[in-house]
Write a protein that binds this ligand. Structure first.
Ligand code: ADP
Ligand code: G6P
Length: 472
């Protein structure tokens, strides 16, 4: 629920993101609910905001509504309105049908439309104005993700007194792909308005600095970019993480343990439970993993009386064509597998197209034997880290795509190439049948990584780097 509206918001720490931590949902009967927003950005930043007092500027997920600022669980929420047309052109269009596929290796073809770009500029300016209005003199403003890449430069022009950080949650593509973008110069310059630009991986920093060398008249020395006006922007990698201890505590709580046992029972006490958890997105490789699993069952390499694959997929960006197609394709694939190799009371795939509370996710993670994470490209993938944080004991396995940012840190996972179905098949089998000592050793190493590098460490490192004034 939303509390009372603070009269005039003013903060010394301000996060700006397209999404607020909560979404406003209006039911058909007119009643209104607030729900946790989907995706990794919100999962990661919510605990950061709870620790650092500050304001969160963002969109509340519904079109054509102007809302006053309010407090939510200790966070000051500053809603930015979007019209239906802006949702279609800025959010579904330029953000999610142009930039999203372009930045994810063009696994779907990006669309370029001039009206979408115009809306992107307009909405970025609105976010920048809102951030400028709520920031104290000399405040730190932290802009998030691909939807708002023009905000740093706009904000610097409006408020040169601010410290401006930017973090990109998704991959930054190689120059060869990025340069397809008709507005490549504007986006690059928008980002360079920051004092510090954070990426998930060193490879993304390299892609970005290579781009700047080729396209912008600026001096680039290592990770420092000096612009003609003397402004210095620094680019550096900060692999994002989760509230590892928070997830573990949740998984250890009595109700979640009980729920985990209940899930197992309801599934018919399978010998091996595979688990997939994703937003329903074509970058996640959901088709590839289900196809691999389906073939293993059909070929008798996995026994349908003993195994089950639980796939949980949050509805996402449902009015974008590519997402609509994907949903139909997954429906068909699940139907085919269950129809061909299922028995009465034992479907080999249990598919749930919906979003669940964090407790339910923790219960699923803690009981799943093999976590299957197979994106074709992913900035980080927090689901992989959540599994490691929640899954206790020596038995358990993480199968992880080498194209997920998380693979850079989670080196002890069972790695796969998601484009190679035979590789996925062989690795799923290995993850089931590997010697217990191997599994235990891998899990221990993964756990150490995820608990040593949690979200607090990520935020502290970024913010202390942002605090340091660098000169070129
Ligand atoms: P992305 O940000 O692309 O969605 P991540 O793996 O980084 O991918 O983050 C996804 C987040 O969404 C995780 O915190 C995960 O727990 C959550 N999530 C994914 N699917 C569901 C679901 N069906 N119900 C609830 N939460 C989900
Ligand atoms: C990814 C993006 C986030 C986005 C989230 C959910 O994590 O990096 O910026 O918020 O997906 O997507 P949505 O379009 O629902 O905000």
């Amino acid at each position: 629920g939303s509390g009372t509206a603070p009269a005039d918001v003013s903060a010394s720490f301000v996060v700006v993101a397209n999404r607020l931590p909560v979404d406003r949902v209006q039911h058909p009967d007119g009643t209104v609910d607030w729900r946790t927003s989907p995706g990794g950005l919100v999962t990661a930043l919510e605990p950061v905001m709870r620790k650092n007092e500050g304001a969160w500027v963002g969109w509340h997920g519904a079109p054509d509504e102007v809302l006053d600022p309010f407090e939510e669980d200790g966070i000051t929420i500053v809603p930015v309105p979007l019209s239906s047309q802006e949702v279609a052109e800025y959010y579904e269009g330029f953000s999610n049908a142009t930039l999203w596929p372009l930045y994810h290796d063009v696994v779907a073809p990006p669309e370029f439309h001039r009206e979408w770009w115009d809306a992107y500029v307009r909405v970025n300016r609105r976010f920048a104005e809102r951030a400028a209005a709520v920031s104290d003199e000399g405040a730190t403003v932290w802009v998030q993700d691909y939807q708002l890449q023009l905000v740093p430069q706009m904000l610097r022009t409006m408020r040169p007194d601010l410290r401006i950080g930017f973090f990109l949650h998704i991959p930054f593509p190689p120059v060869e792909l990025f340069q397809q973008l008709p507005w490549r110069r504007e986006i690059t310059e928008g980002l360079l308005g920051s004092d510090l630009i954070g990426f998930q991986l060193p490879g993304a920093v390299q892609n970005f600095t290579r781009l700047v060398r080729q396209r912008v008249s600026a001096e680039v020395r290592r990770d420092l970019v000096t612009l003609p006006d003397g402004h210095v922007a620094r680019a550096k990698a900060y692999p994002i993480s989760i509230d590892s201890r928070g997830f573990r505590e949740l998984a250890r709580s009595a109700p979640v343990r009980e729920r985990a046992r209940e899930i197992r029972r309801d599934l018919g006490d399978p010998e091996v439970m595979f688990l997939g958890v994703d937003r329903l997105d074509y970058t996640k490789g959901i088709k590839q993993r289900l196809r691999a699993y389906g073939e293993l069952v059909a070929e008798g390499r996995l026994d349908p009386d003993k195994v089950v694959f639980v796939q949980v997929a949050t509805p996402s960006r449902e009015r974008v064509d590519q997402y609509r197609h994907l949903r139909d394709e997954i429906d068909m694939l699940v139907g085919r597998i269950n129809g061909e190799v299922g028995r009465i009371g034992r479907p080999p795939v249990v598919y749930l197209h919906s979003s669940f509370p964090r407790e339910e996710m923790a219960a699923l993670y803690s009981t799943a034997d093999v976590m299957v994470v197979t994106p074709l490209r992913d900035g980080m993938n927090l689901v992989a880290k959540e599994y490691v944080a929640c899954h206790e004991g020596d038995e358990g396995a993480l199968v992880l795509s080498e194209f997920a940012g998380a693979a850079y840190e989670l080196k002890q996972a069972y790695k796969i190439n998601p484009y190679d179905i035979n590789d996925i098949k062989a690795t799923l089998e290995l993850a089931c049948r590997d010697a217990p000592t191997n599994k235990a050793r891998r899990l221990r190493a993964l756990r150490k990584q995820v608990f040593d590098n949690d979200i607090t460490r990520w935020a502290d490192t970024f913010l202390s780097d942002l605090d340091q004034k660098v000169t070129g």
